[in-house]
Design a protein around this ligand. Structure first.
Ligand code: THU
Length: 135
């Protein structure tokens, strides 16, 4: 699927909308994510915190797990929105790299402005992956 500017911006807009549902009573740092699948569907995610802090789940993983649990494992791009345009955390990088070795990632701030475009290979070089478990 071609990623023109319009497609990129609509993915960022979906992440921005997803961010509105973030549950962040502890950090007050809402994050929104939206992942576009090869079939053209968009799955959204927001971070969901917990009083037992380590039980918190990031927006990116919520979006990926929603997609995978619906049978979608082929991803075209991911958009992530936070107030300062932060990149995915280490755990999310590992989860993303499981499914897409060179997934494009759009990083945007809360105005929906794309701050940078990166990819999972750059964010997690030399990742441990499914191939390492092959006999
Ligand atoms: N967070 C995300 O949702 N994605 C990231 O990649 C970075 C961190 C969330 C987790 C927690 O709810 C809050 O941001 C502060 O760490």
């Amino acid at each position: 699927m071609k990623m023109d500017q319009e497609v990129k911006q609509s993915l960022v807009d979906a992440a921005l909308e997803a961010r509105a549902a973030a549950y962040t009573p502890y950090s007050h740092y809402p994050v929104g994510a939206a992942i576009l699948t090869r079939s053209g569907n968009i799955y959204r995610g927001a971070n969901i915190e917990n009083a037992s802090y380590p039980a918190t789940v990031c927006a990116e993983r919520v979006a990926v797990f929603k997609a995978v649990s619906e049978g979608e494992k082929e991803f075209v791009a991911l958009a992530v929105v936070s107030r300062n345009g932060a990149t995915p955390c280490g755990i999310c990088r590992q989860v993303l790299s499981e499914f897409a070795k060179d997934l494009p990632i759009l990083i945007a701030n809360e105005d929906g402005a794309i701050r940078s475009e990166t990819n999972i290979k750059l964010l997690l070089p030399e990742a441990f992956g499914p191939g390492d478990l092959e006999q």
